[in-house]
Write a protein that binds this ligand. Structure first.
Ligand code: ACM
Length: 266
């Protein structure tokens, strides 16, 4: 299958302008089967207040942005993962939505909030779901989740073949160095779609990447340019968890010892 990441700068507070940009970028990405977009791609990131974030949020089932993505999926026969500023009741979530030609397939709400996100969004309450896309299993994590190996391991334990990672990274190089290690340890593919540009006092670091099950960088973006990165992967390689003929991480794990050390999710 072909997988793509779209590295671009959404226009803060101007959904029409963001959609106009994406219309062109998705045309370029159209050979891909699965396309990953950055975090909060429907709104931008560096809000001046929670009120601004609220005004720029959308409900999943009443979203101009997700309707646009779904129409693109129908026209081009691809599936999209996008960061999404989600309103639910009186709460906001920093979400990632898996969208196909019939609409929303899955939703993940960012678990680990970064900096001022803590004043705006609720921490995710959906856990760590993995969704089926035909025979392929797709998980989603968002940006600062990169710091928490637990989240990445859960994706592995739940059988994700590909982890899509919409991001608005601001700490240069750190996630880009770490994410390939998560891929090696779990033996799955990762598509990290980072954004570029500056909003208020934040500069986003680009260098989006797609890596393979050995952590090898299959394709990597520039730090500042708008880019579509497309590569071909064999997703079922992620089903082979062996590192040597006597080592396979799911069966070599020692959860009973991890539990003794107080890892409560074990
Ligand atoms: C981040 O979580 N947007 C750095």
């Amino acid at each position: 299958m072909k997988i793509a990441v779209v590295q671009f700068a959404p226009v803060l507070g101007n959904l029409d302008a963001t959609i106009a940009k994406l219309r062109l970028l998705l045309k370029e990405a159209a050979p891909a089967d699965l396309i990953v977009l950055p975090e909060l791609a429907n709104s931008g990131y560096a809000f001046s207040s929670r009120e601004q974030a609220w005004l720029l949020s959308e409900k999943v089932n009443e979203s101009v942005y997700l309707t646009f993505l779904s129409e693109e999926c129908r026209k081009n026969h691809f599936t999209v993962v996008s960061g999404f500023n989600e309103r639910d009741g009186n709460k906001l979530f920093n979400s990632a939505v898996l969208v196909g030609s019939d609409g929303v397939i899955g939703n993940y709400r960012k678990t680990h909030l970064f900096l001022n996100e803590k004043d705006i969004f609720e921490p995710g309450d959906f856990g760590f779901p993995v969704f089926s896309l035909g025979d392929i299993r797709v998980g989603m994590l968002i940006c600062f989740d990169w710091v928490f190996p637990e989240a990445w391991r859960i994706m592995g334990l739940k059988g994700a073949d590909i982890v899509c990672h919409p991001s608005n990274l601001v700490l240069p190089g750190l996630a880009q160095r770490t994410v390939p290690a998560h891929a090696v340890c779990n033996r799955y593919f990762v598509a990290l779609a980072n954004r570029i540009g500056t909003e208020n006092d934040l500069t986003f670091t680009g260098n989006s990447l797609i890596c393979g099950t050995k952590g090898e960088i299959l394709i990597e973006g520039d730090a500042t340019l708008e880019q579509v990165l497309i590569t071909t992967i064999e997703p079922f390689q992620a089903r082979d968890k062996s590192l040597t003929k006597r080592n396979n991480w799911p069966s070599d794990r020692r959860p009973e010892l991890y539990r003794k050390e107080g890892l409560t999710d074990e």
